[in-house]
Design a protein around this ligand. Structure first.
Ligand SMILES: *Cc1c(COP(=O)(O)O)cnc(C)c1O
Length: 397
């Protein structure tokens, strides 16, 4: 059984703050500061360059990959960590396209996170005019899976509303039509159980600073199914994905399996912080995290719908159809979120009118949810958002 009081105690949560934004940036695991400090002084400080071997820095990308792999149903040795998610999207889509080289169309949906669409579009423009990015409504993805499509690139959980695609069914349908899949797990990893192997997924990517709590700028991960990895050509063929980087050969030969999806030197300091975050995940059962998340989100919806008639639920009502976030539409959503943040309830706002709240059972409990909903009710009932100070948009919303 996951001891949620114990996991909550592993995080630094500032006094007076109810943090409902772990879907954007997870909080600081208490052990991260000491872990990074030790890495700096004992490893970098004392070992200098010998740390790559002595402290095992070179093994961090695959070691962390396997620890994340446990949460997303990946086979051992199928996940590697490095770079940002946007880069990993590019890398996965490029390899997937090449795997299906007779076809020229990448299919996605308009609920996808823009960076994924931008990266795919940039890649396709480099490849040539015969390539196309086709973007449809989320509910029309299945019908658009024709024999023209090379790659289906989807984010499993919609960043705005939390709506969840059926990964198993869509992957099966894609394969039946000869389509290779790339799943983005940015809002899935650490939020809901994912079964990449069981879904027969091809490629997957995700970030580690949201539900996984790796810290701002923590590196992303990429998964390649072991049945595909030996035949995947990495488009970003950096030296650390080479079969023998320290031979310094002039020709590129991809490394074994997932190793080939490495690019350059890993960010060791950031990976040390991520290791501390994964220590907390080692205490958790993701199925229990999911069950608790459903309880918390159901409580929040009930309480908000009872006390805030001006807010309209934007997330699916059926918990099985959504991830671990709840969104409400409100025409002054930005101002209302600023008013909430001023009262210590941190969520975020996504244009044009979405107030978004993330539920993260590792460190958010029933009491937090009740208090947050009470404060929201006060702000809505008394229109505390209706002041010019809350209506001026900042750079990051
Ligand atoms: C958060 C998120 C990103 C962000 O990409 P970075 O390169 O890490 O900034 C990309 N795609 C999706 C689906 C996301 O949710």
């Amino acid at each position: 059984m996951t001891d949620f009081a114990a996991t909550k105690a592993m995080f630094h949560l500032p006094e007076g703050v109810l943090y409902l934004d772990g879907n954007s940036l997870g909080p600081l695991p208490k052990a991260a500061a000491g872990g990074v400090q030790r890495m700096l002084s004992d490893e970098w400080g004392q070992m200098l360059i010998t740390g790559w071997n002595k402290a095992g820095w070179m093994g961090l990308p695959t070691g962390l990959g396997d620890r994340i792999g446990r949460l997303i149903g990946a086979e051992a040795g199928a996940v590697v960590v490095g770079d940002t998610l946007s880069i990993k999207v590019y890398q996965a889509v490029a390899s997937a396209l090449e795997h299906n080289s007779k076809r020229k169309v990448v299919l996605s949906d308009n609920g996808n996170f823009p960076s994924d669409l931008y990266m795919a579009d940039g890649l396709l423009r480099s490849l040539g005019a015969e390539y196309e990015l086709r973007v449809v409504d989320p509910e029309n993805v299945a019908d658009a899976l024709t024999e023209e499509i090379a790659v289906l690139m989807l984010t499993e959980v919609d960043y705005r509303t939390g709506r969840k695609h059926d990964m198993k069914a869509l992957t099966q349908m894609a394969h039946a039509n000869g389509v290779v899949t790339v799943w983005d797990l940015a809002h899935s990893a650490g939020a809901i159980p994912v079964d990449l192997a069981g879904c027969n997924a091809d490629f997957a990517v995700g970030c580690t600073y949201k539900y996984l709590n790796g810290g701002p700028g923590a590196p992303a991960f990429v998964y390649v199914a072991p049945r595909l990895a030996p035949n995947v050509r990495p488009a970003l063929s950096g030296w650390l994905g080479h079969e023998a980087p320290f031979n310094f050969d002039l020709d590129y030969r991809p490394g074994a399996g997932i190793e080939r999806m490495r690019v350059g030197t890993p960010p060791v300091i950031q990976m040390t912080a991520l290791s501390a975050a994964m220590d907390v995940w080692d205490m958790a059962d993701i199925a229990e995290v999911r069950a608790k998340s459903i309880e918390l989100t159901e409580m929040f919806i009930d309480q908000v719908e009872t006390s805030c008639p001006d807010l309209e639920l934007a997330s699916p009502r059926d918990p099985e159809q959504r991830g671990s976030q709840i969104s409400f539409r409100f025409h002054e959503g930005y101002a209302a979120m600023q008013a909430l943040i001023a009262r210590g309830v941190i969520g975020d706002f996504r244009a044009p009118n979405i107030m978004r709240f993330g539920f993260t059972p590792l460190y958010i409990d029933e009491n937090d949810v009740i208090q947050a909903a009470d404060i929201l009710a006060d702000i809505m009932t008394n229109k505390l958002w209706d002041t010019p100070e809350y209506k001026t948009r900042q750079r990051v919303t």
